[in-house]
Design a protein around this ligand. Structure first.
Ligand code: S3P
Length: 173
């Protein structure tokens, strides 16, 4: 089985994915890290030097390659992964893939991202927490259409990584 975690930036995909893979004894991949390995530089620099369209193309190619080359895996995606290039349809079409949406509230992702926005090129330029919240509100609204197609939706607000992993395992097995 291939478990693919989707959700907005700051929703805990990497922390939960890592621990979920450990719990299940599955291989773990983080799509952003795979892109960085492939490009030999950071996501911020890829955006800056090659642009977002190039990034989205690589993201889509590596998503498909990782899914086809591995079984028994957990994959944490980037916040935009399911929203471009037919990626959500691709994920839903794979028989052995389960897409899991880690759903976090606007308030929680805004708080987390305001402290970590520097590494995220789409929001790094936003100056105040209020402006960041406005940006995320609109962005989340556009992206929810994709996220909500996941077969499993996990509400993460107020739960620890361990509790979220336990909930995913309980829902799947
Ligand atoms: C992005 C999210 C990031 C990374 C890139 C673009 C997005 O991943 O892929 O900065 O479009 O939401 P995280 O969700 O892991 O921050």
């Amino acid at each position: 089985m291939k478990l693919v975690l989707i959700g907005y930036m700051g929703s805990g995909k990497s922390a939960v994915g890592n621990q979920l893979a450990n719990t299940l004894n599955y291989n773990y991949f983080d799509l952003d890290s795979e892109i960085e390995k492939h490009e030999g530089t950071t996501i911020s620099i890829v955006f800056e030097q090659k642009g977002e369209i190039y990034f989205r193309r690589k993201e889509n190619e590596l998503l498909k390659a990782l899914i086809s080359e591995n079984s028994r895996m957990v994959l944490s995606t980037g916040g935009g992964t399911p929203c471009y290039g037919g990626a959500m349809t691709f994920l839903l079409e794979q028989k052995d893939v389960i897409a899991i949406y880690l759903k976090a509230s606007l308030e929680i992702v805004t708080k987390r991202l305001f402290e970590e926005q520097i590494h995220r090129p789409l929001i790094a330029h936003i100056k105040s927490e209020a402006a960041l919240k406005d940006f995320i509100r609109k962005h989340l609204f556009e992206r929810s259409h994709y996220y909500n197609q996941a077969s499993v939706v996990i509400n993460t607000d107020g739960y620890s990584v361990e509790e979220i992993v336990r909930e995913i395992v309980a829902r799947l097995f």
